[in-house]
Structure formats: C-alpha cells, structure tokens
Design a protein. Structure first.
Length: 295
C-alpha cells in the first residue's frame, strides 16, 4: 500500500509540474444540455492523445464519480472537498487508466469557489504548485455547463470546446451557452465538436450556420474541430467503460478521434498559464468573478 501511494504521488508530481517555457493546453469541454456526449468526447480525445504519446490529465468535475472517471471504469475514493477538510492529500485523488490517462476527480469540489476564504483559496492553489511535474494537455470534463458554480474551470481554460449533437433543441441550448459565456464573461473564442453526425456534409452545414450566427449576433469566433460519427463500436466501448481507441483500434470512430486529436494539437498554445498550478490560480480568480457576478 505504501508503494502504491508513493507511485501515485510520483505520477501526480510528474503530471502537474510544468514550466512556463513548455507548452500546456487546457481545454474545457462543455455542452449546452445533458446527453450531448461531452464526457464521451473528453475520454476518447484523451485516449487518442495518450496513444499519440502525450501526457494527458482529465479534470473530472462530476459529483459522485459520474463523469470521465466512471466512463473509464475508475472509482474515485476522494475529491477536493476531502483535501480541503484535511481528510486526504491532493496526490491521493489521482486515478490512472490502463492506457495511462490520468484522471483527477474533483467531485464538484470547485463549486462555490468564490465563497472560500482567501486563505483556503491560496492554500489550494499553492498545493497544486508544490506538486511540480509535467503534462501536455489538460481536458476539463465539465459537470453541468448551465450551472454558474461550474464556470470557474471554463473561464480559466485557454480553450473552450463545445460539443453539439443533432437536433434543434441541442442547437438552441448550445447557442445559449455560448451567448452566456460571451455576454457575461467576455469569452469570444470557441471551438465546436459535432457529435453523432451522419456525414461530413451534415457536419459542415451545421458548423457553418452556427459559426455565422455566433459571429453576427455575439461577435464570437467559433472554429470547428470536426465531428464524431455514428458508430456502434463507439457505443459498445462506452458500455464497456473504456475508450474506443483501446477497445476497437480499427473502428471508424477510432480513426476519427485520432484525426481530432491531431487537429487539437495544432491549436495555438496560449501563453501565461505557467502549468497546472497557474491554471488553478486562474480557476480561483474565475470563482471570485462568478461569485461577484451572482451578487
């Protein structure tokens, strides 16, 4: 058991330390409604990135392990609220999949961030800083994009990737989410990922209409990452609680996720994050911003 805890701590230190000179992409994956495929997109993008040799960390926002951790067959024992209460150390949170994806389940522990005392905020951010290790890509699997308490993670990210499935209701909810982030929090750059799409032509038409509407009425830029096809093997992998990349290496959706991961890595990297510790500092600031907005 001692060796296991030592290995976990070493793995988390390797993941979270990052110098300002090396690139770090922090991408928050959001959706306008439940069931859009946000977690499925997050976990499979992470798997494709890991198989491409990248060190990937998923920050799982969901309560009770119902997000990315559950989708990958992992069972969280603690969350950030346990760290704040002194019941465990930060490194005790880390979980690892068979294909070396690291998952940090925070269990809704960042809700009401703006209400934490300044001392608790500083202590938590400093705890991440002290871990001193490296990661290439952080994917934040949001719990509920319509919850103001969930927004600090999105506001702190260098990129926001919005998952959009077919249907008029999904389109309306997705636009409402982008409008809220643009009008209330000044976000003007978004990425779009179409889910459960039948053809490239369908994906292009939806993406073009969405992008033009957001540009015209919100002054926001929406670039399309690509689309996730309808694929029974992807659904089977999801039921098996693993990625399609791991379960079905030659599936159509596996090939598509590899293409999506390659496109994601080509995005320009934002300066100034300084690693996961710096990202967490921005999360704290986002929490205060959301709390001030709510007042």
């Amino acid at each position: 058991m001692d060796k296991l805890k030592t290995d976990q701590a070493a793995g988390l230190r390797r993941l979270l330390g990052q110098t300002a000179s090396t690139g770090l992409q922090v991408i928050t994956v959001m959706s306008g409604q439940k069931g859009a495929g946000k977690t499925l997109a997050t976990t499979n993008l992470a798997a494709a990135l890991a198989h491409a040799g990248r060190d990937v960390l998923i920050i799982d926002q969901a309560r009770h392990g119902r997000g990315a951790a559950a989708a990958l067959g992992l069972v969280p024992l603690h969350d950030v609220s346990d760290v704040l209460a002194g019941r465990c150390a930060l490194e005790d949170l880390i979980l690892t999949t068979a294909d070396n994806i690291q998952v940090l389940p925070i269990g809704g522990g960042f809700t009401r961030l703006g209400r934490l005392s300044e001392r608790d905020q500083d202590w938590l951010a400093a705890s991440f800083d002290r871990l001193q290790c490296g990661v290439d890509v952080v994917l934040v699997d949001m719990e509920d994009a319509t919850d103001p308490d969930a927004l600090p993670l999105g506001l702190a990210a260098s990129e926001i990737l919005v998952v959009l499935p077919p249907g008029q209701a999904a389109l309306t909810d997705c636009y409402t989410l982008v409008k809220r982030l643009a009008m209330n929090f000044g976000k003007r750059q978004f990425r779009l990922l179409l889910n459960r799409v039948e053809s490239t032509a369908q994906a292009q038409a939806i993406a073009r209409n969405f992008s033009e509407t957001a540009s015209r009425y919100l002054g926001a830029t929406v670039d399309t990452l690509g689309y996730i096809p309808q694929d029974e093997q992807l659904a089977r992998a999801n039921r098996l609680r693993t990625s399609v990349i791991e379960a079905f290496p030659v599936a159509h959706s596996t090939s598509q996720f590899r293409t999506l991961a390659d496109g994601l890595l080509r995005w320009p990297q934002s300066a100034g994050l300084g690693g996961v510790g710096g990202f967490m500092q921005r999360v704290m600031q986002g929490g205060r911003l959301v709390e001030a907005y709510r007042r």
